[in-house]
Write a new protein. Structure first.
Length: 138
């Protein structure tokens, strides 16, 4: 069995964003040479997420609004974590959206369902963060 590891780096200029990272993950898969196996992608920061869904702007807007209703940023004083911080909401948003995804690799391609894409979700941007791509297989 072969193993491949790559880090993808992001520095989002806004507090929140959803970025389609499918092309970068596909490039990692090509570089790995693995034809059959699994791809793991996980956010290596506690205020960011990796998830799978549709690449549709209305859905991304709805996610942003929904997450802000569930864990509003302001007022920052509503969170105990925010003593000296202002990102408690980002931790909660990450918890809801998830840390990682796993995708099967078949014939050297990501084995997706219809419309599925991989996204990096940023909830406390304006600094450099990374996503781990780990691929194992043959």
């Amino acid at each position: 069995m072969k193993s491949y590891r790559q880090e993808l780096w992001f520095e989002v200029p806004t507090r929140r964003a959803f970025i389609n990272i499918t092309p970068q993950v596909e490039a990692c898969l090509r570089d790995s040479g693995i034809q059959e196996g699994l791809v793991l992608c996980n956010a290596m920061h506690i205020t960011a997420s990796v998830f799978i869904n549709d690449d549709e702007s209305g859905l991304h807007h709805d996610y942003d609004q929904w997450l802000e209703r569930l864990a509003p940023h302001a007022p920052v004083s509503q969170y105990r974590h925010n003593v000296g911080e202002d990102n408690a909401d980002a931790h909660m948003k990450r918890q809801i959206m998830g840390r990682e995804i796993v995708v099967a690799v078949t014939d050297g391609k990501l084995d997706f369902g219809t419309w599925e894409q991989i996204f990096y979700g940023e909830f406390d941007g304006r600094r450099r963060k990374r996503v781990l791509v780990k691929i194992i297989g043959e």
